[in-house]
Design a protein around this ligand. Structure first.
Ligand code: GLU
Length: 290
């Protein structure tokens, strides 16, 4: 990052449920960082998944963040309005030969993994986010791909990690706000999906493109996305996008160590407000879950 650049941070929730205490913690951290550096705070709505996202959740995001006292510039970028930006990026990656159609269902992947566990030398590879895609569709021939497409079998687009890494000239680094220079290890995620079967983009793709377009300098988000940052750095490199500084904050959890989730209705900001919580008492409550 250019050291003189103005700090721009973003909070990027998906309107697929009500925000909970953990989102409030994250949003406040991100907001306070921007304020402390005389920077800008951007709110982005990550709604590419039309099956899960709802307009009413978007409205409650606005209400909850206003209740927290946060201010953001408008218009707010909604990812669902920018599929052409994601398509341009997919086209660039495709021109480099880095995408392949994947026709697998979850069941196909599960079956393949069950098969492979019978032969000990081909145990499925475990990444930080679970089992790495075993590569079933990577080696299909052009004819096989064309036939499946002709038959109307739906497909996602997967990223060919091995091919992509061959295009990287020397080690790739990213900057962590707390610990400094980090060696990127995107291989940990395997061949991730960059365009889903049900809509032509994915979290990994859209977030990287948007951070570039919105001139984000600092991506502050949960620890659960630590490994995503390794991969995002690779996408930035391949697509010639600006670098950002990353920070990964701890995730709030209950006493049993379970992460807070949108389904835990009692800790949504909506229900906490209804129970009479005041924004000034929020930090004390957050601390109980940190
Ligand atoms: N939309 C993502 C979420 O709600 C945000 C991820 C990010 O900050 O990169 O978890």
């Amino acid at each position: 990052m250019d050291q003189s650049a103005k700090v721009i941070t973003r909070f990027a929730p998906s309107p697929s449920g009500d925000l909970h205490l953990g989102h409030a913690y994250s949003a406040k951290l991100i907001y306070d960082f921007a304020c402390a550096h005389d920077g800008d705070f951007i709110l982005r709505i990550e709604d590419i998944d039309h099956l899960r996202c709802k307009v009413e959740y978007e409205q409650s995001i606005f209400d909850d963040l206003s209740w927290l006292g946060l201010k953001w510039s408008t218009p707010v970028r909604r990812q669902s309005e920018h599929f052409s930006d994601y398509k341009d990026a997919l086209d660039k990656l495709s021109d480099k030969g880095l995408l392949y159609p994947c026709f697998c269902t979850r069941k196909d992947i599960k079956n393949e993994i069950n098969e492979s566990t019978r032969a000990p030398h081909t145990l499925p590879k475990l990444g930080p986010e679970g089992i790495i895609y075993p590569g079933i569709c990577r080696n299909l021939s052009d004819d096989e791909r064309a036939n499946k497409i002709k038959e109307g079998i739906p497909h996602a687009l997967r990223f060919d990690m091995t091919k992509a890494l061959r295009l990287v000239d020397g080690p790739l680094y990213w900057t962590d706000l707390k610990t400094g220079k980090q060696l990127a290890n995107p291989k940990l995620l395997g061949d991730v999906v960059l365009a889903r079967k049900d809509f032509p983009a994915s979290y990994h793709l859209s977030v990287v493109i948007d951070d570039h377009i919105q001139n984000i300098t600092h991506v502050i988000r949960g620890q659960d996305l630590y490994y995503a940052s390794h991969f995002h750095r690779l996408l930035q490199y391949l697509l010639g996008l600006k670098k950002v500084t990353y920070d990964h904050h701890p995730l709030l959890a209950d006493k049993e160590g379970n992460r807070l989730a949108k389904r835990d209705k009692s800790l949504t900001l909506k229900s906490l407000k209804e129970d009479g919580l005041r924004p000034e008492n929020l930090d004390a409550l957050i601390n109980e879950y940190l």
